[in-house]
Design a protein around this ligand. Structure first.
Ligand SMILES: [Zn+2]
Length: 135
């Protein structure tokens, strides 16, 4: 993922600075999900790894689930990232203002404390369980 910025050159000033900044974009590589090399390890519909315990990538899936836990903990239960190959911000938003698109599955966000299973990374970082953290 990269950051791209565009500047206003209409003023004739070719020096990019903060006053000429027009837009900032997050740019990411298109992921070919049809490729046989693509493996989805966690998605935004569930907070547990999609891979079997014996899968060679299971360790990566555990680490990514740990990152969800630490994000959830550090933000007092307000937000975490899911669908980590194509990141999706997950949070509960009141009303109809879902500014993070259809991938922000509110039901899954509220289920996170029940679905997340702490693993060796959560334990190594001495994270309180989601229930212990009180969020
Ligand atoms: Zn955990």
């Amino acid at each position: 993922m990269s950051v791209a910025v565009s500047h206003d050159q209409a003023s004739g000033n070719n020096v990019a600075n903060t006053s000429s900044l027009l837009r900032t974009y997050l740019v990411e590589e298109v992921i070919d999900t049809d490729s046989e090399d693509f493996v989805k390890v966690v998605h935004n519909g569930n907070a547990v790894p999609l891979l079997a315990l014996e899968d060679p990538l299971y360790n990566i899936a555990q680490f990514l689930c740990f990152t969800q836990h630490i994000q959830y903990f550090k933000n007092d239960g307000a937000v975490f990232l899911s669908d980590l190959q194509d990141p999706q911000i997950m949070m509960e938003i009141s009303g109809n203002k879902n500014i993070f698109g259809d991938g922000n599955v509110g039901k899954v966000f509220t289920l996170f404390p029940k679905q997340h299973i702490c693993n060796k990374y959560c334990e190594w970082f001495k994270l309180p369980t989601v229930k212990e953290s009180g969020v």
